[in-house]
Design a protein around this ligand. Structure first.
Ligand code: AMP
Ligand code: MG
Length: 326
């Protein structure tokens, strides 16, 4: 049975119920179709990564329908941000701002900043309003595929894995939103998109375009430095050598049998479930990183489903430590 519904008021209400209950809804925005989940529910957000089949975690855009939400999600909204919002929202402009505690770490892939946008598509706005919660949504395509600009594109790629697809016709803009970071003194263009750079510069002055660097390609996800712990992290592939006085932390997948040798243990999933593990990954890493440990050992997880993205993050965290040569 097809789970595509025309976006009538009634069906939008049904979609909003699904979002509130932790489900996934693909919905139209003016840029591309989004794969939405309750942005404040880490488990629902983990499912988005699962459905997209992403081999890594990317921070997601949080979609809002009123300026009042901004105060809840962001710590600091400066004058530049206010001017851009006033001029271009609702519309294809995403702003990256310092995040508040309310935003789960999995939404931002552990970053201290959050990307927010108020879409102009009436269906998207009504869905967020009815759901009564901000909606985190990447584009509703599979990893490595083109962004969907019609409900049919969504059905072809992720149709069987989402709870509902709201059909709002073709996306009028058809390319992703422009992403601008306002976390530093200089505004930074993280992704060119549906709103021109010139338009944004007329409102806030110079927006810097990061230089392309073969080691750090321009493509959106790779442009950012994802969160990595400052504490050295090692994947637990062989036995740990316990040294006297060394403060060792353990990031376990499921509750370990032996905990006494560790200063601190964080468990990703008491149930041994990869989705739960993904939802907890960044918060567990943050807590371990804050504990003043000498080293963190991380238990590998199986590479199926979300395990791939979890392992990607853990491998990168351990490699970054090696590259710094500490
Ligand atoms: P998509 O998943 O296609 O909607 O794209 C979201 C875009 O926003 C990607 O380019 C992300 O890298 C970017 N983005 C989301 N959150 C952040 C953040 N906290 N900092 C920087 N870029 C972000
Ligand atoms: Mg995308």
């Amino acid at each position: 049975m097809s789970n595509i519904l025309p976006a009538t008021s009634e069906d939008i209400k049904r979609a909003a119920d699904i979002i509130r209950e932790g489900g996934l809804v693909a919905f139209p925005t003016e840029t591309v179709y989004g794969l939405g989940a309750d942005a404040l529910n880490p488990h629902a957000v983990a499912r988005v990564f699962e459905v997209k089949n992403r081999p890594h975690f990317d921070p997601m855009i949080v979609h809002i329908n009123s300026l009042a939400c901004i105060e809840q999600l962001c710590l600091k909204v400066d004058e530049r941000a206010r001017r851009l919002m006033e001029r271009f929202w609702p519309g294809p402009l995403t702003l990256v701002l310092p995040k508040s505690q309310v935003v789960p770490d999995i939404v931002t892939a552990g970053l201290p900043t959050v990307a927010v946008r108020m879409p102009s598509h009436p269906v998207a706005l009504e869905l967020i309003k009815e759901a009564g919660t901000p909606i985190a949504a990447p584009s509703a395509n599979l990893f490595g595929h083109l962004s969907p600009t019609s409900a049919e594109h969504v059905r072809e790629q992720v149709g069987s894995k989402v709870d509902l697809i709201l059909d709002g016709g073709k996306c009028p803009v058809g390319v992703e939103s422009t992403v601008i970071s306002l976390t530093e003194k200089e505004a930074l263009l993280l992704r060119p998109g549906g709103l021109s750079l010139e338009d944004t510069e007329r409102v806030i002055g110079k927006v810097k375009i990061p230089k392309s660097n073969p080691k750090r390609p321009q493509s959106p996800g790779q442009l950012l430095r994802h969160y990595s712990p400052k504490t050295p992290l090692r994947l637990l592939t062989e036995e740990i050598v316990f040294e006297n006085g060394k403060r060792i932390g353990f990031l376990a997948f499921t509750p370990p049998e032996e905990t006494l040798s560790y200063e601190m243990v964080e468990v990703l999933s008491p149930r041994g479930d990869l989705r739960e593990a993904a939802a907890n990954l960044f918060s567990c890493l943050h807590r371990l990183d804050k504990a003043g440990l000498d080293i963190i050992y991380a238990e590998p997880v199986s590479e199926g489903g979300l395990g791939r993205a979890i392992m990607d993050r853990l491998c990168r965290a351990s490699r970054e430590y090696c590259q710094r040569g500490e």
